[in-house]
Design a protein around this ligand. Structure first.
Ligand SMILES: Nc1ncnc2c1ncn2[C@@H]1O[C@H](COP(=O)(O)OP(=O)(O)OP(=O)(O)O)[C@@H](O)[C@H]1O
Ligand SMILES: [Mg+2]
Length: 349
């Protein structure tokens, strides 16, 4: 048989002890497609709600045993959050205000005649539309949250894989360096190994930050310097690294350039400044003007002539210059009475 599809009608619980009015409401709202069920006592209301599907409650203020306010309170206590239309006597503004404060969705004033029924039906339709909107928004919010969680999980996974790949490249280079017959090739491979390790270190410092696009430089450089310090401890060097920094935000791309420069400068100071073995390397990254920050790496070591031929490959200077030009700055070595100071003023955008 192909009868019309039966859609469950919207169910309303009408709480009032005026049975004549309830019958009238049932008839009029029935024509508008609502099914009205009826209750009079608070206990009856709660047991009804425990077993019956109800979309909305209409609640009269004056009841034989107490007021609608009592029922409203008991509904909330029992964790029922149906929209409630509160029905008040003709001139009781305060009653309506109290009901709205207690969580009613709307109120309708009881007047004689058809007026009341029309107002009631309109209020019900409005409250149901609002409730549907609220439910749809709740769903959408939950969906957004799920999307965010998925994206975060994916990002963590990608970061994890990048870190793994960098670790693989790094150990490959170490293996190759160890097997190389030529001392020169061995030294160069070892250098590259150190640089890849530095990049891996920067990657780790970056992806442990909360926002992946913006990097908090104080935290980022903190992690970087801590790692460099640990490397030196491992090598048994007695060199102290200090960092002076401020909360400055940069984009991830630019932060990486700063990180690369710091790694090269600190590595140089570690390798060349203190042939006797012990000393201090000071790193600072602080605001210079509202739109720029000053990066400085200094030591109290042997000092050097930037024009002289490098002791190693000289690749470090190339890397530093290319990073500095990406940052639209230039690294300078102001003459010092002692040691080396490298400085760059970096524009912040
Ligand atoms: N803090 C420093 N103290 C003393 N000498 C330094 C310092 N920084 C750099 N130098 C000198 O500058 C030279 C150039 O450095 P650069 O980083 O370009 O090359 P490198 O370190 O020799 O080679 P690579 O970086 O490829 O290992 C070094 O060889 C070293 O002689
Ligand atoms: Mg170098």
């Amino acid at each position: 048989m192909n009868g019309p599809v039966k859609v469950a009608s919207t169910r309303i619980l009408y709480i009032d002890d005026d049975r004549t009015l309830v019958r009238l409401v049932q008839k009029v709202l029935g024509r508008r497609g609502f099914e009205v069920i009826h209750a009079e006592e608070p206990d009856q209301v709660l047991s009804l709600l425990a077993t019956e599907r109800v979309e909305l409650i209409v609640l009269d203020h004056y009841l034989r045993n107490g007021t609608g306010q009592d029922i409203l309170r008991r509904l909330r206590e029992a964790n029922h959050h149906h929209p409630v239309i509160y029905v008040t006597g003709s001139s009781e503004a305060q009653v309506a205000i109290d009901a709205m404060k207690a969580g009613a969705a709307d109120y309708v004033t009881k007047t004689a005649g058809e007026d009341f029924l029309t107002l009631l039906a309109n209020a019900i339709e409005q409250a149901i539309a609002n409730e549907q909107l609220r439910a749809a928004k709740e769903l959408a919010d939950a969906e957004i949250l799920r999307g965010k969680e998925r994206a975060e999980a994916l990002l963590a996974e990608v970061n994890h894989r990048v870190a793994n790949s960098l670790a693989m490249v790094s150990s490959l280079l170490r293996l190759q360096a160890a097997r190389s017959k030529s001392e020169e090739a061995k030294a160069e491979l070892t250098e590259t190994h150190a640089r890849i390790t530095a990049i891996a270190r920067m990657h780790r410092a970056l992806y442990t930050s909360e926002d992946v696009r913006r990097v908090e430089m104080e935290k980022y450089l903190g992690t970087l310097v801590q790692d460099l310090d640990a490397t030196m401890q491992d090598e048994g060097r007695d060199i102290r690294l200090t960092l002076k920094s401020e909360p400055i935000e940069m984009s991830a791309d630019r932060a990486v350039c700063v990180g690369m420069i710091v790694a090269e400068l600190v590595t140089n100071a570690m390798k060349y400044a203190y042939p006797s073995g012990s000393g201090e390397i000071r790193i600072s990254f602080v605001r210079d003007t509202p739109s720029s920050a000053c990066l400085r790496v200094e030591d109290d070591g042997t000092g050097f002539d930037p024009e002289a031929a490098p002791k190693g490959t000289g690749l470090g200077t190339g890397i530093i210059n290319s990073m500095a030009s990406s940052l639209e700055t230039e690294l300078v070595y102001p003459p010092q009475p002692r040691g080396t100071r490298a400085e760059a003023v970096i524009p912040l955008r």
